[in-house]
Design a protein. Structure first.
Length: 301
């Protein structure tokens, strides 16, 4: 099967390589000429535009999008809508908001073009380990693309599946990432406590390695912590600034809409926001208040 990949950043390029290894042909387009050049070196057939990519694919066409959520995805879909035909399929493998996915799917279903949302987990390790794929869409459309999903997954029968109708793939990936926020925050806080217990002179890399085997907190995230601590045990040169790409916010908003308490995920999101305030007005005001009511000393900048 030949498919078109739109978005050849690191994730899209790695997925293309895994598909090529699985015996599929891949044509690709990216607005960044350097990304397109590197993908071509890896075996992807380069296309100079979205229209040229569509023209290079046999019918019924399969287009896989690995693009940032929001306007970039909408703009690309606007280019695809007039050039695709009945029976073609689009797979959005990025982290789109599920409500956007529902809106987009409605537009394409009017043209009898299958719209499939695929929550994609695995990050930069997916090329070697395979990707976790949470797929939403029409059952027959998903089944038609089974060989593609099997090539990307860790194995043919594990790590991927249709989880529900269109929108369900991105919805479950959103919650998956919210859980990830909470897990990462718990690990980070625990290792910070260990780091600050100076009198024991703990070897955090040793502990991470120990916990990887037999421990109830073992996980792939812990494996990655062990790697990070081996490379840089003091976290030297890393700013205490933690970004978020949106899924944690969406998960918290969804929890509020559903009246579901999610304190761990919510607090992990707030911790990321807190990490970005290098000149905290709130903290300065707190210090001033302590001085006002208790006469406590205020540290000067």
């Amino acid at each position: 099967m030949k498919l078109g990949m739109i978005g050849l950043g690191r994730m899209g390029a790695n997925m293309s390589q895994r598909l090529l290894r699985g015996g599929h042909d891949v044509a690709g387009f990216d607005q960044d000429p350097e990304a397109l050049r590197l993908a071509a070196r890896a075996g992807v057939e380069p296309a100079g535009s979205v229209a040229a990519l569509v023209a290079a694919l046999p019918t019924p066409r399969v287009l896989w999008l690995m693009l940032p959520a929001g306007a970039v995805t909408d703009d690309t879909l606007a280019q695809l809508l007039p050039v695709l035909e009945r029976g073609d399929a689009i797979v959005d493998g990025g982290n789109s908001h599920y409500r956007d996915t529902l809106r987009r799917a409605d537009t394409f279903s009017g043209r009898q073009i299958d719209y499939i949302d695929c929550g994609t987990s695995g990050g930069v390790w997916g090329l070697a380990e395979g990707y976790g794929l949470m797929i939403g869409g029409d059952e027959l459309a998903v089944e038609r693309l089974r060989p593609i999903f099997q090539a990307l997954a860790p194995d043919k029968d594990i790590g991927w599946g249709r989880v529900g109708p269109v929108g369900a793939g991105h919805y479950t990936k959103m919650v998956h990432n919210g859980i990830e926020y909470g897990l990462m925050q718990a690990y980070a806080e625990g290792f910070s406590i260990l780091h600050h217990k100076r009198e024991f002179d703990l070897d955090l890399h040793q502990l991470a390695q120990l916990w990887r085997h037999g421990s109830v907190v073992r996980s792939w995230l812990l494996d990655l912590i062990a790697l990070a601590l081996a490379e840089n045990p003091k976290m030297s040169g890393i700013a205490p600034y933690v970004a978020d790409s949106g899924e944690g916010r969406w998960t918290v908003a969804e929890a509020i809409d559903l009246d579901v308490p999610a304190p761990a995920i919510t607090m992990s999101l707030l911790a990321r926001l807190r990490s970005r305030d290098a000149d905290s007005y709130a903290d300065k005001l707190l210090a001033a208040l302590r001085q006002q009511f208790g006469g406590h000393a205020v540290r000067k900048e």
